[in-house]
Ligand binder design. Structure first.
Ligand code: ADP
Length: 175
């Protein structure tokens, strides 16, 4: 809805007190480095346990899709694990796949009737997506989703780990 607030924050997403935080996972759902490692470290073993159950049911998570687990020991009640695309130069459908990450995460949060969600800068770490292009997709996709769907969400937060992403998002959210 038009009255959902979009906020910007710099820092560690594991400390953020939204109903859900989003994890930039990999398709195995078994954990990794970067934000994925930080979330599993801070959230404890309950998150990995649920990821393993999901994996047993559906065999991991394809790129662009999302699954939801408990937040374990995190301040957030839920973690939404989504798998960003690896950047291959832009001709392998990367923008649409990255947009799907944001859409499917927002859809899961809405299905759970959550009021707030926080996103990291999906794919801009090890997966190598150019930060400016990724920020554009993230901001546009979230804005479009909120305009086009009835949602329980009152607040969407972009959590930037580094100052370059912070600057890019600031620029993009100016108006
Ligand atoms: P990907 O494989 O999707 O690129 P990464 O975890 O390598 O995932 O990086 C995604 C983004 O998350 C990067 O911008 C990285 O700087 C950021 N990041 C890493 N640790 C954290 C954290 N604790 N909180 C928020 N963002 C983080």
């Amino acid at each position: 809805m038009a009255d959902t607030k979009i906020d910007l924050q710099q820092g560690d997403i594991t400390k953020v007190e939204t109903d859900a935080i989003v994890n930039a996972a990999n398709s195995s759902l078994l954990g990794g480095g970067g934000v994925d490692g930080a979330i599993h470290r801070a959230g404890g073993p309950a998150i990995l346990e649920e990821c393993k159950q999901i994996r047993a049911r559906q065999g991991g998570c394809p790129t662009g899709e999302a699954v939801i687990t408990t937040g374990g020991n995190l301040p957030a009640r839920y973690v939404i694990h989504t798998v960003g695309p690896i950047w291959h130069g832009g001709s392998k459908d990367e923008p649409a796949l990255l947009a799907n990450c944001y859409k499917n995460s927002l859809r899961l949060a809405t299905e759970k009737q959550l009021q707030s969600i926080a996103f990291p800068n999906i794919s801009t770490g090890v997966y190598g997506y150019p930060k400016d292009k990724a920020a554009q997709v993230a901001v546009q996709t979230v804005k479009d989703y909120l305009q086009q769907h009835d949602t329980s969400l009152q607040r969407v937060v972009f959590v930037c780990f580094d100052s370059e992403n912070k600057r890019l998002y600031e620029e993009m959210l100016k108006d």
